[in-house]
Design a protein around this ligand. Sequence first.
Ligand code: HEM
Length: 352
Amino acid sequence: MWGVQLSSAEPFVYSIFGLQYHHEPPTEEQTTCQKEFDDLIANHATHIDRLVQEGSAGSKVAKTFIWLGYWKTRTEYLDWWTSDAVTSFWANLSSHAGLWREIMMPSDTRTQFGTNQPKPSGLGYLGTPTSLGEKSGYWGCYRHRMSSFQDDNFTTNVDKEIVQVQHYTLQDTDHELPIIPGRQILTNLPDNVCFVIEGQDHSEITDEEKEFWFKNFDQSVERWMNDLVFAGEGSGVLDSKLCYCPESGIFRESDSDLSALNYNKKVQLFYFKDLRHLERIGRSNKGHVDLRHRFMGAYGPGGELTSGKICLWVETTVIKGNEIECEYVGCFEGTGWLALGEHEIFAVQYSD
Ligand code: HEM
């Protein structure tokens, strides 16, 4: 298993931007917005995964186009974000734009990355590959791979937190859809939320490996994802986005509700209340426990697929409340972190 050596000089950045299609196909205004934004961010982030999420906010949303951006440094991100072109684009969004951003600037001491392939994927684009050595293959290894685990228990302080939502009214609110017109900016988010990315890329697997996957993994993965998405608030899963990369092509034909899993490359984004909640569900879910065991057996040292071509990667990051900012412009109620108020997960204070 491989990890990544990140620079400690300054925080790295996850910039997640989403364009929520209010109709399928999207309106001309949204198509133009997507193209303009893509031109603005292309060639600036260190790496971008362009993904699609089917439905969200209780399936009111037809589809969301997501730019999952990785930036080596906060300086590079802020230089781009505060540039004239981006500032002007963002300031001129319409009140029903359907565009949102969830931006995190965490310390490298509170993140871990693991993959079975030394080639870059996800956070692997931000540094050099390094062996995980002994920090793999036992419960608790994700925590131990975060260098500040000895000084910080990474536990939620959720009861104390009041999330602040500032609403800004924008011009042009005359729109027939049940969206919240204008901007909602969320700050003062709770400490120690755990952001998780899990990615799978089957693009290069052989027929033999594919057969093995269907025999040993496919159903368990489906069940595990389903359990996570519908786990409910008590489990600590705050938000999940099951996404796929359309250009990667189809991996399987299936009428599953989790259609993202039908693609060769799929990426799941989750927010958990804290790392402890993630660890608990990972260890107690039978589907996942079996999956983990069989994967380590087949792809680990001495396994029958040690030189297999599947690429799996996982990223787990503990975020402090002042390291994350979210903004939703003309999005449906219940989108991303806006669901917090609806589900009364945190106390929410609204202001104009
Ligand atoms: C999408 C969601 C997933 C989540 C949230 C998740 C969560 C977790 C957690 C919490 C652990 C234990 C970490 C620890 O105790 O330190 C773990 C380990 C592991 N999981 Fe998953 N998992 C996911 C998907 C998968 C899939 C699809 C596979 C395989 C096909 C898989 C295979 C593994 C393996 C092999 C380990 C051990 C890694 C190591 O020891 O380095 N997981 N996962």
